[in-house]
Structure formats: C-alpha cells, structure tokens
Design a protein around this ligand. Structure first.
Ligand code: ADP
Length: 453
C-alpha cells in the first residue's frame, strides 16, 4: 500500500479522496492555487503545497508542478479526481516515469476511450451497439455534408476530443449544417485545441443511462446497476438517480452483462463509467466511456453500501477487486448538484457564503467543500455541494430530498436549490416519466408562466 497520496484536485472531490485515504490509514497532500489558499481541502489534508496562480493551466493542469509537489512531499501516489487532468493520458504516463503510482486507468485506456470516435469503433468490436454515425471524425464541411446525408437528420455534432457538452450542436436539417459545423468547430478548438468533429444520429426522447465499472490489474471487472442522468441542462447533469424508474430487473441484468463483457474485452482498470442513450423501446446505444470517478458516484455507493474510492485506491496498490459479483442494489438514491448560480438565469454567483447549514439525518449525505464565511473563488466550476438522499423507495427518496433541500441554508450567494425543488415536485418527474428533453420543456414552461405572471 502507498504511504501518502497527493490529490491533484480541489473542492468536494478533493475532500472525498482525503476521507477515503484517511479511512485506509494513508497520509494526504493537498495542492492548491493561490485563490484556493483558504479552501477546505488545504485545511483537512496532512500537508499542503501551492502549485501556482488561479489559472488552471498554471496550477491544477500544470503537470511539472504537480510532479514536483509529489516529489517534495514524498507522495508515492496521485489521485486526479475528476475534471482537470483526470482524463489526460500523459498524466499517468509521466507519473509512471517519475515512479509515482497514478490512481486511475493506464494512459493506453484513456487514449482509447478519450477519442469518442475510436471508443465507438472499439465498443462495436466489443459487441456494444453504438449510435449510428460517421466512421471518422472530420474537419471538412463537405465531408461532413456527405456523412450527415448518409446518417439522416437530425444529427448531433460532437468534438472528437470533447467533454462537458462543449462543441456539441444539434442540427435539424441540411440548411443549417454549415453554420452549426463552424460554431461547433470553434468551440471545440477553444476548449480542446482540436477542431475535429464527428457526427451522430440525434436520438429524440432518449434517456441517459450509465453503468459504473471497476476493474483491477488482474483482469477482474465488475459492472454495477445503472445511474439515470437524463435531468440535464445544456448537456450538463443536474440531478441523478438510481435505479432508473425506466429500467426493470431483466433489462438491468442485460445491460450490466453487456458492459461487463465490453470492459473485460478492453482490459478496463480502475473506476470508469460507460454512458448510453436508451430509446423508448429500450434499445441501448453506447455513447462514451469516462475513465475516472464521476461526480454522481455517491448514489451508487448509497444503494450498494460500498466505497468506490477506497476500492479504487486499493486496486491501484495492486490489490485484487474485493467487491463481490453478487452485490445487489437496495433502495433508491437521488443526488442534486447544488451550484452557485441564479436558479432562473443560470448566471454564476460566486462570492462569500455568509451562513451555511447543511441537512443531515438517516439516509442523507452531503459532499461539499463549502463552509461559513468562505469566499468562493470565481475561477473554477460552480458546484457548491452534492446533496444525496437514500430511502427504501423512490417516493420516499424524493420526499427525503425535498425536506433536505428545504432544510439547507446557503446565504450570501445564489444557488439552484429552488430549481431542484421545482423539479422534484413536477408531476412527470414524480411519475418517472422523463427523458433528456425534460429540462428544456420544463424551463420553457417555467419561463412562459413567469412572463404571464
Ligand atoms: P460530453 O462528453 O460532452 O459530456 P456526451 O457524449 O456524454 O458529451 O453527451 C452529453 C449529453 O448530450 C448526453 O447525456 C445526451 O443528453 C446528449 N447527447 C449526446 N449524444 C446524443 C445523441 N446522439 N442524441 C441525443 N442526445 C445526445
């Protein structure tokens, strides 16, 4: 086992990793940028070290500074969290040459899954159905026109190197392909330094369903029950739940087996998530795989009563997977992502938290790095807290979440709690009758009733 883990991240996920490491008896090192000097992760780790200024490219994305920080503090492993360098294949490779264990999959798996088009091709070989689309990504509009014609409209353009919904554009007909192609290319170039796009059939009324995978270095892989992540705004998840109200035990088993076999086929190691779109006839299509811990991993932990991060650390140290293939999920869990933003306009609202009080009690989990009088730096993402509820049934989990949100106070900044409360009281949501278009319709309705009012 390692003796000390450096956490190449900040915010709630840095705290989450500190907690797991400490439970395993390991020391931790926090890294921080200048504006994060007073962030909670720097106070709760055993050691802390500044790695640069606010700009992520000069701090949290700065590989030489991170490796130096690990060498100075004698950390023998690095956990990347999510975002920042978590899916950059160069990071595990550089860690390896520096004699530091990277807690995550090897660079070769990241390279394979990081290019959405290559990942699709590989998953087809692994017998997972993929969304109908072009064979290759392209930077050429005339090529794109040909591919789009072959697939048939509507289509969706995606940045080949993409993530976080950037560089994605839905194109409903041939007449606006040229314009949307150029917008998506510019966005992709700015976000990922690569303007190649690939084209896919746009699936209307689908659900975003994802499967958690964990594999060790000895060829053992486990796939777990689904997370339903169709409540999204601008391709960003807002609220997740497990199990999905749409999926029955038979379909769950089928999906778990298909993902298990595909993950086994590519020799998947560490934590990962296979994302799918599932249409209303329960046909599933592989969308992409994320080679890291997901923001929404706590709901899986709640229904399976497991600790994915502790397992991930143990596997990185060479241990055999200790989770049993007979694990069964029990109860229902929901996560609300609480962002520092206006609940109506979605304009970010960083600033000072004057007063903070989180909910508690049986079945409630809060993952957050916020505290009273903390000045939220404007430089990073707006996630302030993940509030997670678990109860025996979906109906009870919804009620528990509503009460938890009503009992949360975060003053001084604006948050999207009112939006979550409105979603949780929506009759279609309560029935479990929703898909990836839900939020668009929901917000349109809210805006038009506001205008009338
Ligand atoms: P990113 O990596 O940028 O997060 P994903 O490929 O994971 O992008 O897609 C994010 C979301 O975009 C999905 O959850 C889904 O809502 C929507 N989406 C992606 N591909 C399609 C598609 N072919 N048809 C309809 N919606 C899609």
């Amino acid at each position: 086992m390692f003796s000390k883990i450096l956490i190449a991240n900040r915010g709630e996920i840095a705290l989450r990793i500190i907690r797991a490491a400490r439970e395993l008896g390991l020391k931790t090192v926090a890294v921080f940028s200048e504006p994060d000097k007073n962030s909670l992760h720097t106070m709760l780790a055993d050691e802390k070290i500044c790695i640069g200024p606010a700009k992520a490219s000069e701090s949290y994305l700065n590989i030489p500074n991170l490796i130096s920080a690990a060498e100075i503090t004698k950390a023998d492993a690095i956990h990347p969290g999510y975002g920042f360098l978590a899916e950059n294949p160069r990071f595990p490779e550089i860690c390896e040459t520096s004699g530091i264990t990277f807690i995550g999959p090897p660079g070769s798996i990241m390279r394979l899954m990081g290019d959405k088009n290559r990942a699709r091709q590989e998953m087809e070989k692994a017998k997972l159905p993929v969304i109908p689309g072009g064979d290759n990504s392209t930077e050429d509009i005339s090529e794109a026109k040909k591919i789009a014609k072959k697939i048939g409209y509507p289509i969706i353009l995606k940045a080949a190197a993409g993530g976080g919904g950037k560089g994605m554009r839905v194109v409903r007909s041939a007449s606006n392909l040229e314009e949307q192609f150029s917008i998506a290319q510019n966005e992709a170039k700015a976000a990922f330094g690569d303007s190649s796009l690939y084209l896919e059939k746009y699936l209307h009324k689908a659900r975003h369903i994802e499967i958690q995978v964990i594999g060790d270095t000895k060829g053992n892989v486990l796939a777990l029950g689904e997370r339903e992540c169709s409540i999204q705004r601008k391709y960003q998840k807002l609220l997740e739940e497990t199990p999905s109200p749409f999926i029955d035990e038979k379909f769950r088993k089928k999906l778990i087996k298909a993902v298990h076999d595909a993950a086994h086929f590519i020799g998947y190691q560490s934590l990962g998530t296979f994302e799918f779109l599932v249409d209303d006839r329960k046909k599933y299509y592989f969308m992409e795989a994320n080679t890291r811990v997901q923001v929404e991993h706590p709901i899986t932990e709640m229904v399976y009563a497991i600790d994915l991060i502790k397992e991930q650390i143990k596997i990185a140290a060479g241990n055999k997977l200790s989770l049993s293939p007979d694990l069964r999920l029990s109860g229902h869990s929901i996560e609300c992502r609480i962002n520092a933003e206006d609940a109506e306009t979605f304009i970010p609202s960083p600033g000072k938290i004057d007063f903070l009080s989180f909910p508690g009690g049986e079945g409630i989990r809060v993952d957050s790095a916020a505290y009273n009088n903390w000045q939220i730096p404007p430089d990073y993402d707006s996630l302030v807290a993940k509030i997670v509820a678990k109860a025996p049934t979906r109906e009870e989990a919804i009620k528990k979440m509503i009460v938890a949100l009503e009992m949360t106070t975060i003053s001084g900044i604006k948050t999207n709690i009112p939006l979550h409360l409105a979603i949780l009281s929506n009759s279609d949501f309560i029935k479990g009758d929703y898909d990836i278009q839900f939020m668009e319709k929901f917000l349109d309705k809210m805006n038009s009733s506001r205008k009338k009012g």
